[in-house]
Design a protein around this ligand. Sequence first.
Ligand SMILES: [Mn+2]
Length: 293
Amino acid sequence: MSAETSPFSKPPAFHSDDIPPSSPEIAAFHIIPAPWETSASYGGGTAYGPAAILHASIQLEAYLDGGVPGASGIYTAPFVNCDTDPEATLERVREPIGIALSQGKIPILLGGEHAATLGPILEINSRGIDFGVVQFDAHADLRNSYQGNKYSHACIMRRIHDLNIPIFQIGIRSLSASEARFRETNRIPHLDADEIARSGFPETLLPTGFPKNLYITFDVDGLDPSLIPCTGTPEPGGLNWYQATEGLENAMKGRKVIGADVVELAPLPSQHASDFITAKLVYKMMDLILKNR
Ligand SMILES: [Mn+2]
């Protein structure tokens, strides 16, 4: 691995080899790197995720599935300082998200661990926007607290549920008995990985009453570990590439994406496929968001 591609060296702006970086005022997308890592319960390393995604993004083709999504403009914000305690870090994550939203841009946060998602959620919610969250993940993340930490990655969807924000879960295949009960009692809609493997996606994925505005949170362990081995808590039986893009496309149909994140990449030297696939996932999300506008 050369110094230029090491996740530890200074990263370039997203996709900036082929696509000149845009100013924040002109770009359709604001990429916000948030190297949050406080609560990894198994494999660590998510703090290096954003840099690894940015390095890998240099290798992407600008042309993707019939167009050049990057032509709409991509601005890469400075890294969020995530070295402080969770409450202070949340405030720091909210700041660039707020700037993007105020300018009518689509923020895409690069984690970092899944706890970082709470930043954009709190910021969008504070603006009185009616929205729902579509979660791609291996794990339900519905624990009330985990290892004594209510900001753990294992609790993120519970924190969102606490705010009365509707949730739809896709690709889940690992949860505790109490999370399964909680999901049932609270009627949290979902399409689990085994159902997707058996029958694919239904024609209409989201329930009729689900909000028109969507925030998409994509934990890369929702994908199969044969695609992304570099993640803290890998689970077998995940989505393949085309299932993931079909799920994204289906969820976005007739709705408007107001923000998104891709979290939980924990890069390892010599395992660059994970980094590249995550970068491509970010770019593919941009493509689908633009096609659904
Ligand atoms: Mn997960």
